[in-house]
Design a protein around this ligand. Structure first.
Ligand SMILES: CC(C)(COP(=O)(O)OP(=O)(O)OC[C@H]1O[C@@H](n2cnc3c(N)ncnc32)[C@H](O)[C@@H]1OP(=O)(O)O)[C@@H](O)C(=O)NCCC(=O)NCCSC(=O)C[C@](C)(O)C(=O)O
Ligand SMILES: [Mg+2]
Length: 322
C-alpha cells in the first residue's frame, strides 16, 4: 500500500473519530519550527502540510530579534489562521519563563485579533513554572477559551520533577484555560545541560528519551521526539523516526521543510494497523447506534482499552473540543 493510500485511510480514521463525538486525538506527527522573525519562512510554513506549526520566539530567534519576532507573529495572528486543505495546529513557542522575554511574548500573541491554537512553553523545570504560566495566561484568556499547552522537558532537573510537573499541569487544567496535549523532549538543551556528547544512534539519551514517553503516556499526553539536526540527511532522519516510533513517540520536531513529509510518513501507522482501526471504529459506530456497548470485532470482544488502542492508531492527540 503506497503512502498516498495510507495517508487517505489515516484521514478517514481521524474523520470517523471526530464523528463518534468521543474525545479523540488529532495527529501531531511533525512539529515544524519557524523562526518568528522571518515572515518569508512563516508564509512558506503554511504551504508544507505539517500537522503542527510552531512560530518560534525562543531559540530559533537571535537575542536582538526577540521583539521583532513577537511583532511579526502578532501581525500574522491578526490576519487569522490560514485555512488549509486540512486541519493543523498553529502554535507559538514563547521564551522560557526564566527569561525577561516570556511575558511580552505571551501578551503579543494573546492580545492578537485571533488566538493561536497552542502555546509551547520551553524549559519547564518545576511545577511552580506551570503555576506561573497558568496565572499569566489567566490575565488574557477568559474561562470559556481553552488553549493547548505543549511542555518542553530539556534538563536534568526537569526530568527529576517530571511527574510533579504533569500532576500540577493536569490539576490546574481542570479549572484553568489550557489543556495539556504534549510533552516534548528537548534533546539539544538536555545534552548541553548534562554534558552529553551526541552520537548517531542516540544511545546517550536513551534513558531520558524513554522516561519522557513513559510519563507522557501515564498522563494521556502525546510524546514528541528529539530534533534531527542533520536536516539534509533524510535516511538518518527516517531511521531516527522509526526508532522513536518503536519507543512510543507519536511525533517528532522538525526544523526544515524537507523533513516534514519524511516524518509524517514515518509516523503513519502500518497498513494493517490502519485497516484494523478503521474497521473497529466503524463497527463501534454501528453498535452504538443499536445501543450496544460491548461487541465483537474480528473474533475478539472489544472493550474500552481496545477502543483506545484504535484511537492511538489514529496517531494522536488533540482533544476534540466541543
Ligand atoms: C536550518 C535553517 C537555518 C536552514 O535554512 P536555509 O534557508 O539555509 O535552508 P534552505 O534549504 O535554503 O531553505 C529552503 C527553503 O525553505 C525555507 N525554510 C527553511 N527552513 C524553514 C522553516 N523552518 N520553516 C519554513 N520555511 C523554511 C527557506 O526559506 C527556503 O525557502 P524558499 O525556497 O522559498 O526560498 C532553517 O531551516 C531554519 O531556520 N530552521 C529552523 C531552525 C530552528 O527553528 N531552530 C530552533 C528549533 S530546534 C530547538 O529549539 C531545539 C530544542 C527542541 O529546543 C532542543 O532540543 O533543545
Ligand atoms: Mg531547547
Amino acid at each position: 500500500m503506497n503512502s498516498i493510500i495510507r495517508q487517505r485511510l489515516f484521514q478517514q480514521i481521524v474523520s470517523l473519530a471526530k464523528i463518534s463525538g468521543r474525545n479523540y486525538y488529532i495527529p501531531r506527527r511533525a512539529l515544524l519550527y519557524v523562526p518568528g522573525d522571518d515572515p518569508k519562512k512563516i508564509s512558506k510554513s503554511f504551504t508544507l502540510d505539517a500537522d503542527c506549526i510552531a512560530l518560534d520566539c525562543e531559540d530559533g530567534v537571535a537575542i536582538n530579534r526577540k521583539e521583532n519576532a513577537r511583532e511579526t507573529i502578532r501581525s500574522f495572528l491578526d490576519k487569522g489562521k490560514p485555512t488549509l486543505s486540512r486541519d493543523y495546529d498553529l502554535g507559538v513557542r514563547i521564551n522560557s519563563l526564566e527569561t525577561p522575554y516570556w511575558q511580552e511574548d505571551l501578551k503579543a500573541c494573546l492580545t492578537a485579533k485571533f488566538l493561536p491554537d497552542t502555546i509551547l512553553v520551553p524549559k519547564i523545570e518545576t511545577d511552580e513554572t506551570v503555576r506561573l504560566f497558568s496565572d499569566e495566561l489567566g490575565k488574557y484568556i477568559g474561562t470559556n477559551q481553552i488553549l493547548n499547552l505543549i511542555i518542553y522537558i530539556e534538563s536534568a532537573k526537569a526530568f527529576i520533577n517530571l511527574v510533579d510537573i504533569c500532576k500540577t499541569t493536569e490539576s490546574l487544567s481542570k479549572t484553568g484555560n489550557f489543556r495539556p496535549v504534549c510533552l516534548v523532549f528537548g534533546s539539544d538543551d538536555f545534552c548541553a545541560n548534562i554534558g552529553i556528547t551526541r552520537t548517531e544512534d542516540a544511545n546517550e539519551v536513551l534513558y531520558a528519551r524513554q522516561k519522557l514517553v513513559l510519563v507522557a503516556k501515564a498522563f494521556h499526553l502525546q510524546a514528541i521526539d528529539m530534533v534531527y539536526i542533520k536536516y539534509k540527511d533524510l535516511e538518518g532522519l527516517k531511521m531516527q523516526c522509526q526508532q522513536g516510533m518503536r519507543m512510543g513517540y507519536t511525533g517528532k520536531q522538525v526544523i526544515h521543510p524537507g523533513q516534514v513529509s519524511v516524518v509524517q510518513d514515518a509516523f503513519l501507522p502500518s497498513p494493517s494497523q490502519i485497516e484494523w482501526a478503521l474497521g473497529l471504529l466503524k463497527s463501534f459506530e454501528e453498535h452504538q447506534k443499536q445501543g450496544k456497548g460491548a461487541f465483537t470485532y474480528k473474533g475478539n470482544m472489544i472493550d474500552m482499552p481496545t477502543m483506545k488502542q484504535a484511537e492511538n492508531t489514529a496517531k494522536l492527540a488533540r482533544l476534540k473540543t466541543s
